[in-house]
Design a protein around this ligand. Structure first.
Ligand code: G6P
Length: 609
């Protein structure tokens, strides 16, 4: 999704803005641009495609300045093109970069056309820059003009704004889309997330919704939504610039797959005393909230939704607590009915997914009294909006296809199942069993990672295929869904997942030698039923790849290729069986030569509807 970087300093900000854009590449984008003010002029460069294209343009024809704004655009209104790329400029006077969507842009465009403004793009953003320009004509400067202009905007925005009339002020504002200010020594920067600015600072101010900041090299003033000057704390980030380096790995995704044993150990770290989960891990009043809840509603999108689906099986099976799950974008518009004392659990790696945030707000409007976020970004909007929080502690995830964020979501969700389950039907014995299984996870995952070479060879079967089917049952049905999602996200092979019991109700018609069928077959009570499903596929000439418990694996069927997965406890097995599916998708994508870390059309953090 769009990324913003900006800066005001005594040095040339262009190299810092470019580095910032590169660090935001993981969010997904289709064009990039940058503008500076120098000698009372705005200089701008924009390029369709990757940041390195913009960099080449700047090398060929350099620009420099002490104040600048830059942007990676993920097209929403208007196709990816140089003309639609940001920054947008009005009459060589004001320049703007924008993340979000202006919902009333058509109306504003009509008004502005009548006022004589010309449009050079198809974007919704261009109305912002004209509106600010228009306001400048009747106000006493850029800051007042921005305050007046944003009142006219409906929708979501994070903005970086500069003008030749006030070349020593950078304006940053946000409503609904994230924006941080990086505090340097005698210099300030703005960005969509901290990762962009780590090479220049580790000190950040997180703007709140409705904030407008006027930034100069001498300091900054922040006005809240009521136009009151407010002070926001400076937070020291624990991240370092190299926390987001690829190291020796070919892709971030592979690095992140291999980081999972450590990420999961971090997710568990310090949350148990004498092997007993401490409920204050969720927040100081967690026990009180948990005592009152009678049901759970999970809301999430994408991969996080799949984590929630697994959790629903766990909540109902292990804890016997009623649990619903819904894709956030549906929930927010569906007029759902919430049972009294329902805990709203949102799951999001970024904490900025617009639909998940809106669904949480909708649930609150519907009377939900309690909310809990499972999230990877401590300073995110979702965390701020939730009563209780459990951080996944996966560390920065750069690959668009989520891997370690997913498995740490599952591990932390299991902690929630334990905490809530204690109040329902989870016995002390089962709790202890699950706890020891959780602690065995890093070691189990290390073992599964050793399957990498075998899976790499298997991937060759896929590279030429157009479609694939993934099957699972019970908690492993969402894992099959996650496997299919990984494959389609990064290899662009059409992949679908089915609960294996549904095979004969439709998908069996698709089976032939060209349709690989990936099956997740752990050792659990559904295994015999799953074996029958495997037979149904094989009997019709389907080619199966079955990830199966090593102690049970045997096949004398030429259509069935078995990959032996280390033996693992029932409860945590969905986490372990995720790993081979991630590796499979990764190797297929590498063979196909796609952009593994930044797949086409996708964004890491979806901050618009
Ligand atoms: C995007 C990402 C996915 C992610 C989904 C939900 O589509 O590409 O990897 O699962 O958003 O994001 P969230 O940050 O809420 O988990």
């Amino acid at each position: 999704m769009c990324g913003i970087v900006g800066g005001i300093a005594q040095r040339n900000v262009v190299p810092i803005l470019l580095e910032g854009l590169k660090r935001l590449e993981y969010r997904g984008y289709d064009s990039a641009g940058l503008a500076v003010i120098s000698n009372q002029q705005i200089y701008r460069k924009r390029e369709l495609g990757k940041v390195k294209g913009l960099e080449a343009l700047l090398e060929a024809d350099p620009i420099s300045g002490n104040i600048g704004i830059a942007h990676t655009r993920w097209a929403t209104h208007g196709k990816p093109s140089t003309a639609n790329a940001h920054p947008h400029i009005c009459r060589n006077k004001v320049a703007v970069v924008h993340n979000g969507i202006i919902e009333n842009h058509e109306h504003l465009r009509e008004v502005q056309l009548k006022q004589g403004y010309e449009f050079t793009s198809e974007t919704d953003t261009e109305v912002i820059v004209h509106e600010i320009h228009h306001a400048m004509e009747s106000t006493d400067g850029l800051l007042s003009a921005v305050k007046q202009a944003v009142k006219k905007l409906d929708g979501a925005y994070a903005l970086g704004i500069m003008s030749i009339d006030s070349p020593d002020i950078l304006i940053a504002c946000r409503k609904g889309s994230p924006l941080v200010i990086g505090v340097g020594i005698g210099e300030y920067f703005i960005a969509s997330d901290v990762a962009a600015l780590l090479p220049v600072t580790q000190r950040f101010i997180f703007l709140e919704d409705g904030d407008i900041a006027a930034i100069t090299i001498d300091g900054l003033v922040i006005y809240d939504r009521d136009d009151q000057a407010v002070s926001r704390p400076i937070i020291e980030s624990q991240l370092t610039a190299d926390a987001v380096d690829k190291g020796d790995y070919r892709h971030y995704m592979l690095k992140e797959i291999y980081e999972q044993p450590f990420a999961i150990s971090q997710a568990l770290e310090g949350r148990f005393i004498n092997n007993r989960l401490q409920e204050n891990a969720f927040g100081h009043n967690a026990a009180e909230v948990f005592d009152n809840i009678k049901a759970i509603q999970i809301l999430a999108c994408g991969t996080s939704y799949h984590a929630g689906m697994v959790a629903r099986y766990w909540f109902e099976e292990l804890a016997r607590v009623p649990c619903n799950i819904e894709v956030a974008s549906e929930f927010r518009y569906r007029s759902p009915v919430l049972a009294p004392d329902t805990l709203i659990v949102t799951i999001s790696q970024s904490g900025e997914t617009a639909d998940t945030l809106a669904a949480l707000l909708e649930a609150k409007k519907l009377g939900a009294k309690y909310s809990l976020a499972i999230c990877n970004v401590p300073e995110s909007s979702l965390v701020r909006e939730s009563d209780l929080v459990l951080m996944t502690r996966a560390g920065p995830e750069i690959g668009v296809a989520s891997t370690k964020a997913f498995t740490t979501q599952l591990a932390t969700l299991m902690l929630l199942v334990i905490a809530i389950g204690r109040r329902f039907h989870l016995t002390e014995i089962v709790e202890q069993k699950i706890t020891s299984e959780l602690f065995s996870l890093p070691g189990k995952i290390e073992k599964v990672l050793q399957l990498d070479d075998e899976i790499k060879v298997l991937a060759e079967q896929f590279a030429e295929k157009q479609h694939a089917l993934f099957l699972g049952r019970g908690t492993h049905y969402p894992i099959a869904m996650e496997g299919a999602l990984k494959l389609k996200e990064i290899s662009y092979i059409h992949a679908e997942a089915y609960p294996a019991g549904e095979l004969k109700h439709g998908p069996l018609a698709l089976i032939d030698a060209d349709m690989p069928v990936v099956t997740v077959a752990p050792n659990n009570s559904l295994l015999e039923k799953l074996k029958s499903n495997i037979q149904e596929v094989s009997a019709r000439g389907g080619q199966l790849i079955v990830f199966m418990d090593e102690t049970l694996a045997s096949a004398n069927d030429e259509n069935v290729r078995i990959v032996k997965v280390p033996q693992v406890g029932n409860e945590i097995s969905p986490i372990v069986y995720t790993i081979p599916l991630q590796l499979l998708a990764y190797h297929v994508a590498v063979l196909k030569g796609t952009d593994v870390d930044q797949p086409r059309n996708l964004a890491k953090s979806v901050t618009v509807e």
